[in-house]
Design a protein around this ligand. Structure first.
Ligand SMILES: NC(=O)NCCC[C@H](N)C(=O)O
Length: 258
């Protein structure tokens, strides 16, 4: 049976120094961030996910955004080479964690850069954002890693947000959801539902009809509830101040059999 394991990583005490690129810097409350992170982890656990904590990286302010360090496809863990140089030390412990879970490990190599927030998987289609953090060599290396395993890799230009998944994710039935003002090319997605809030474009599929969402997207939560989904809402305000969202705080390992 496919596993319901998810990697998470405790926030660094230096979280407030995390990168901001497309938004104004705001003061981050580190204690509140830890509380919010614990609630986020609790929400995963409550919905049947076994959470595995990657060893903390106290010197890496952005390490809580663990999604950016590894991309899973089937049982292969592709260790990224973050486009942000300050994030490159984050990957070593993640590699150890996924290897310890029995994943096959592959890597993005120089000159490639790629961050997990740029990768959206819908079945065997793997969308990859080519933007500020993921370069063309990173896209090529992702193709080389996953196409032989059966993936179809679709590259998507990203210029208005940090990562592809800052503006686009997908519902359990594969419908792509996105916030059009922050997307470069909505027409690339065949079955597409626009959402009224930027934070509404981020969902983590918890299983069945349950969608983990940020409290900052109440209109979109209402829209999804009206479509028969069950939003599970968490407040992640302190991570949003650093351009984080619900997707980037975990990596679900769905292709492992355990
Ligand atoms: N996948 C994600 O959405 N990651 C968010 C990363 C935020 C972090 N402050 C960064 O700029 O790298």
């Amino acid at each position: 049976m496919p596993s319901k394991k998810a990697l998470v990583r405790r926030p660094s005490p230096r979280l407030a120094e995390g990168l901001v690129t497309h938004i104004e810097r705001e003061r981050v409350d580190a204690d509140l961030a830890v509380e919010q992170w614990e609630e986020y982890v609790k929400a995963l656990r409550t919905h049947g996910w076994e959470t595995i904590e990657v060893d903390p990286a106290d010197d890496c302010p952005d390490s809580v955004f663990v999604e950016d360090t590894v991309v899973m496809y089937k049982n292969v863990a592709l260790i990224t080479r973050p486009g942000a140089e300050s994030r490159r030390d984050e990957t070593a412990a993640v590699e150890e964690a996924v290897a310890g879970l029995g994943c096959s490990v592959n890597w993005i190599w120089e000159p490639g850069t790629l961050e997990g927030g740029d990768v959206l998987k819908i079945g065997d289609t793997v969308y990859v954002g080519r933007g500020g953090r993921t370069n063309a060599a990173g896209v090529q290396q992702l193709r080389a890693a996953f196409e032989p395993l059966g993936a179809r890799v679709v590259a998507v230009p990203v210029s208005k947000v940090l990562h592809l998944k800052s503006a686009v994710t997908a519902l359990p039935d594969g419908t792509v959801i996105g916030h059009i003002p922050r997307m470069d090319a909505p027409s690339l997605f065949a079955r597409f539902l626009p959402v009224p809030e930027e934070a509404g474009s981020h969902v983590v599929l918890l299983g069945g009809a349950k969608l983990l969402m940020a409290a900052s997207a109440p209109k979109t939560a209402e829209l999804f509830a009206d479509l028969g989904y069950e939003p599970v809402v968490v407040d992640i305000s302190e991570f949003e101040k650093l351009e984080g969202c619900v997707t980037c705080l975990s990596v679900r390992l769905r292709g492992l059999y355990a």
